[in-house]
Every structure is written in C-alpha cells, then in structure tokens.
Write a protein that binds this ligand. Structure first.
Ligand code: PHE
Length: 357
C-alpha cells in the first residue's frame, strides 16, 4: 500500500468511527483516537521524517487535507449532539400552559376592587355624572398647590407622599403656567378635579376614580397603593345642602334604602366648609356591631364646598360658580361590604380568596 493509500484509509476509518458515535460523551472518548499522537493519522505524521525530501511536501499536503476532513466531520457531529441535548433540556424544562384549560367551563372574573369601582361608576353615571381620569404620576402643582396646599402648609403632613426622583430632568414644567415643579405619585384623586376644571367650562358633574399612593407600611387596613373615587360638582347656586343630598342619594342607590349618610365638621385645605361623611354601618344596619365599634356608623370619606382659591387657580369665577367635592376609599368600601378583615388579602392574589367575590 502506498503512503497515499494509507492516508486515505486512515481518513476513511476516522470518518466512519465518527459516524458511528451515539452521543456526545462517546464522541469525546473518541478524540484521542482521532487526533492523538497514537492515532493512525498521527502515526503517519511521525513517518514524515523518514521520507525523501522530494516526497515530503506532497505527503504532508495529503495528510493535512485528510486531517482537515476529519476535524470538520468531528465539529459537525459535536454541533449536532449539542443541539440535540439543548432541545431535550428545553422540552424537559418547558411549562405546559395548556393545563389551565383543563376545565373549559371555569372562567375568571374581575378583581373585587375593579368590580367595586365599576359599580360605583355605574351608580354615579345613573345620577348624571361623567367619569374622568388623570395621570398617576403628578406634579406638585396638581397634587398640592392648586388645591390650596402651598409648600410648607401644615396639612401636607396629612399625606405621606412618595416623591419621584427625575434625576437630570427636574426642570420639566407642569406647575402653574408650565413652571418647573416637583413630581410625585398622586396621594389622592383630587388632582383630577383640577385638570377637569382647567379643561372644561362649568357646569361640571364628574367622578374621578383611580389608583393613589402613600408612604404607608402594609397592614390590615393600609396599603401603600389603594383606590379612591372623587366627585366634583360646579354649577350656579350650588350649596351645602346639595352636597348632603347628593351623598344621601348616592348612599341609598349604592347600598340600598336602609343605609343613610351623615356629615361631621372637619378640615381639608381644598374645601371650605369641610366635612367627614359617615354611612349607616352596612354590617349591622345601624344597630351596633364590632365593625362600627357599636356606634351604628362607619366613616367613609371627606367632602366640602370647593374653596374659592381652588376655583381661582383653575380660572373659574368664584362669584358666579360654586361647587362641592367629595372623596372616599374604594378598597375600604369593598372591605366593609364583604366583611373582609385584612386589606392585604385583596392583593396577595390567592385565587381561593379572590374567587369568592
Ligand atoms: N382628597 C381627600 C383625601 O384624600 C378627600 C376629599 C376629597 C376631601 C374631596 C374633600 C373633598 O383625603
């Protein structure tokens, strides 16, 4: 056999052993026999020294060519096994999402807070109100200043505010006349009142539901994120009795005729006079129980006549127009209505809890 024939036969042997390999570890085991000094091609290389100078160049070329072909076949095979392993791994780790379809008759439903919010909107729309929305990240102007709460006003401590760090972009203007202002997560839905009064001519009858934020630690009755609904009425000749009547109508429309509302004097910077409003305890209907601490009443929210400064800040003539505003927490309302003891249960997303409502 000539040396060239030996090279060809060594190459063919190497190629067929690569073809016969069953997996990656088999291939790795084969590597010394393919590329090692003692491999057939390797030992042929060792013979090079004994050849005539005239033959050395062409034999060397034939050897290199054979070795290149073996290396390529080895690479191909390695790639194939790696891809195969990856496919196996992916199918083993994959999650079969179709399993949630096992019971095709089971349908999800809206979260209790969303249901409550939608029912509240329906009741107010039925009373002639529109629904307005605004941004959750607000400027200091809309959340505080325009609401008659200038910087350093003591009543700002009523709201544990989460301020936004805008880094370089502190110069953005959304204050009075586009002036630069601080930004925060709105602490109440009252900034939506300001946006509505700025952009719409009175008469205004609107409610603003939405998510609000305060720097509170989560406990049985507090969450740093919760929901409020706020009402705003601006018209000619609106008086405090309209406020009291509207709240009473709303209370019976939402809770049923047995539930009444009452007002107690209070203070808010954006309303004057201001009041806190209570409703008949929905659990005991007024006879006294644990929820209402035996008073027969539960506190729902705040309200009052819109302060003339607030009207002025929105370009509304406070001699011609007057109005009232009220606001209350939606999560708390849902909590009371369903006798839920811990607010946190509404947000831990345990389906066994949520599917009850
Ligand atoms: N914005 C007030 C709060 O979050 C509630 C309120 C709304 C009070 C409107 C009066 C009028 O506490």
């Amino acid at each position: 056999m000539s040396v060239y024939e030996e090279i060809i036969s060594a190459r063919d042997q190497a190629l067929s052993s690569i073809q016969n390999v069953a997996d990656l570890s088999n291939l790795v085991d084969l590597e010394p026999a393919l590329f090692g000094k003692k491999s057939t091609l390797g030992s042929l290389k060792g013979l090079m020294g004994k050849l005539d100078a005239s033959e050395r160049a062409s034999v060397g070329q034939a050897l290199n060519q054979a070795q290149k072909e073996v290396q390529e076949a080895h690479q191909q095979s390695k790639k194939h096994f790696l891809e195969h392993e990856r496919t196996l791994q992916l199918s083993a780790e994959g999650i079969d999402l179709t399993e949630t379809l096992r019971n095709p008759n089971h349908r999800g439903h809206l979260h209790l807070v969303t249901q409550t919010m939608e029912r509240l909107e329906d009741v107010f729309v039925g009373m002639g109100f529109t629904v307005s929305e605004g941004p959750q990240a607000e400027s200091d102007w809309y959340n505080f200043e325009a609401l008659n709460l200038p910087e350093a006003h003591v009543a700002r401590s009523m709201f544990d505010t989460l301020y936004l760090d805008l880094g370089e972009r502190t110069e953005i203007g959304d204050g009075e006349g586009g002036e630069a202002t601080k930004f925060l997560l709105r602490t109440h839905t009252s900034p939506v009142q300001i946006r509505v009064m700025e952009s719409q001519e009175p008469p205004i009858y609107t409610v603003c539901p939405g998510r609000v934020f305060r720097r509170d630690t989560a406990d049985a009755s507090h969450m740093p994120v919760f929901h409020q609904i706020e009402g705003l009425v601006i018209d000619e000749g609106i008086s405090f009795t309209d406020l009291a009547g509207t709240l009473n109508d709303f209370t019976s429309a939402y809770f049923g005729g047995a539930i009444k509302s009452r007002l107690r004097p209070s203070y808010f910077p954006f309303t004057e006079p201001s009041a806190e409003f209570d409703i008949t305890c929905v659990i005991c209907e007024g006879s006294g129980c644990q929820t209402c601490q035996r008073t027969g009443w539960i506190e729902l929210g705040g309200c009052g006549m819109v302060h003339p400064n607030v009207l002025r800040n929105c370009g509304i003539d406070s001699e011609q127009w007057t109005g009232f505003a009220f606001g209350f927490g939606i999560d708390r309302l849902a909590l009371m209505r369903h006798g839920i003891k811990d607010l946190r249960d509404m947000y831990t997303n345990d389906v066994r809890f949520l599917s009850q409502f």
